[in-house]
Design a protein around this ligand. Structure first.
Ligand SMILES: Cc1cc2nc3c(=O)[nH]c(=O)nc-3n(C[C@H](O)[C@H](O)[C@H](O)COP(=O)(O)OP(=O)(O)OC[C@H]3O[C@@H](n4cnc5c(N)ncnc54)[C@H](O)[C@@H]3O)c2cc1C
Length: 459
């Protein structure tokens, strides 16, 4: 597309365009086709994004918006003759108002950068994910990211007060509301949130910030079941003087593989249990938090909700506990596994995990199921692994994970989005009326089908 490249240089400058090998030299991120396009553009302003979108529309060129390329559903994957539109040069935190507790940011700001800026005012974005140093606010809005703090502060949908986006026809939707209450008809910005770049390109957003406790204390609790872990969670949430910040779940197989891979063997064997919860509590007075946390955890042990617990004594130990949860040791040990991201109503967690594990074992005894998740949301990240890569059996294994979820009020797609991977599942488990409306909305906003084509909805 040499002509298009020249026109893009006119719009965004030579530094704002990459072709061929220069595209392949970028970090590909988490999907093998993220850099399959031959051309990438890096606009610096909303006006540049709008001009690029208008040009592509007139030339019939498909656009794939990209942030940090940490998405794990294939939403940022590209085809050779499409254009990557990267937000990586739109990285400014434009305002941060500590009294209003809001920040106006460009879409390419990483979560880590916003966390750092907010921390200077004892505030947090209220969203935290393992990919914090690469994932961008635009990408997180577009996937409606959740993460470990969602049970406390909500998902991205609840964190966005205002939004600016370039629609597929090149017009700019500007709704940069700074206030919580603005009932001005349909909340159109919510359509863009979670749309995975299929309805437009997010360029700026106003986000809520929340107060952050000055000190955090982490503990690893071994629990006899998810039901017991949930009782402990409830106990900790009700404890006066304790702000519970995280309740991250790891089923035993994950903990053992990850602990051993990180040289943390003592943690792999500190208490034999099916499930481990990384609880984190916060407060301004560390001693007071620690005392309240210890008492509540001891009560939970007394009530048989927790078998045994280890409390991090210092930052190094806290970091070790988080490494157990966030490290991708399972993926290193068993490359080429299958990733699933489901939501389960809390009361059904134990039964769902047991049934799904049984189904996978019955299907192929070589397959192993590793599960981690965000306990309070019932959000499980399930990976199915085998001694050799099994990516080609995704379609066989997916129904073993998804069966029955819809009937009990859960979801086959919790926080990572649909992208390419879950389109067939959306078609199978989605409500027909909702799917029809989604197609109408897509056609209305993007009649030429050029905005991140082929994602979310099957063609
Ligand atoms: C180690 C690790 C841990 C993770 N933990 C979590 C977690 O706890 N919770 C969670 O929810 N996710 C998690 N993720 C998934 C991922 O980080 C999120 O989906 C994140 O929101 C993606 O942001 P990104 O900037 O990397 O987007 P990308 O991967 O670049 O893009 C993701 C999707 O958004 C679209 N998009 C990107 N930017 C824009 C934009 N400005 N406008 C319109 N569309 C856009 C893309 O086209 C694509 O469809 C994790 C990923 C990794 C690798």
């Amino acid at each position: 597309m040499p002509d298009l490249a020249e026109r893009l240089v006119e719009l965004c400058g030579a530094r704002g365009v990459r072709r061929g090998e220069a595209v392949k030299a970028l970090d590909p991120g988490f999907h093998k086709d993220n850099l399959s396009a031959d051309l990438a553009v890096f606009p610096e302003t909303t006006a540049m994004v709008a001009a690029v979108v208008a040009l592509c529309r007139s030339e019939g060129v498909a656009i794939v918006p990209q942030g940090g390329r940490t998405g794990i559903a294939g939403g940022a994957a590209t085809a050779p003759r499409s254009l990557i539109l990267s937000l990586s040069r739109m990285q400014r935190i434009l305002t941060l108002d500590p009294l209003a507790r809001t920040a106006l940011v460009e879409a390419g700001v990483t979560l880590g950068a916003l966390q750092q800026a907010a921390a200077a005012h004892a505030l947090v974005p209220g969203i935290d994910i393992g990919a914090r140093d690469s994932a961008t606010i635009g990408g997180m809005i577009s996937t409606n990211a959740g993460g470990s703090e969602a049970f406390r502060y909500g998902t991205m949908r609840q964190r966005v007060l205002g939004l600016e986006a370039v629609l597929p026809d090149g017009t700019v939707l500007s709704d940069l509301t700074q206030v919580a209450k603005a009932n001005e008809g349909y909340d159109v910005k919510q359509l863009l949130i979670g749309a995975e770049g299929t309805l437009g390109i997010v360029t700026r957003a106003v986000l809520r910030l929340s107060g952050s406790p000055a000190n955090r204390v982490s503990a690893l609790a071994a629990c006899p079941s998810a039901a017991a872990a949930l009782a402990a969670l409830d106990r900790l949430q009700r404890r006066p003087g304790l702000a519970l910040i995280a309740a991250e779940a790891m089923w035993r197989d994950h903990l053992v593989v990850t602990a051993k891979s990180n040289g943390l063997d003592a943690l792999a064997s500190f208490a034999e249990a099916p499930l481990y919860i990384l609880f984190e509590a916060g407060g301004d007075d560390e001693d007071a938090v620690r005392a309240a946390f210890e008492t509540a955890l001891a009560d939970a042990v007394e009530a048989n909700e927790i078998v045994d617990v280890v409390i991090a004594a210092n930052l190094a130990q806290r970091t070790d506990l988080w490494r157990l949860r966030e490290d991708w040791a399972v993926d290193r040990a068993f490359p080429g596994g299958l990733w699933f991201d489901i939501s389960v109503p809390l009361a059904a967690l134990d039964a769902t995990v047991a049934a799904m594990t049984r189904r996978v074992a019955a299907h192929d005894p070589r397959h192993r199921v590793f599960i981690i998740g965000h306990l309070a949301d019932g959000n499980l990240h399930v990976t199915v692994n085998a001694p050799s890569p099994i990516r080609d059996v995704y379609d066989e294994v997916a129904p073993l994970i998804y069966t029955g979820l819809k009937e009990i009020g859960g979801s086959f797609s919790a926080e990572h989005g649909i992208g390419l991977e879950k389109r067939a599942a959306l078609q199978r488990y989605g409500d027909p009326g909702k799917l029809a409306l989604m197609r109408q909305i897509k056609h209305l906003l993007d009649p030429d089908g050029l905005m991140n084509p082929g994602k979310v909805l099957l063609p």
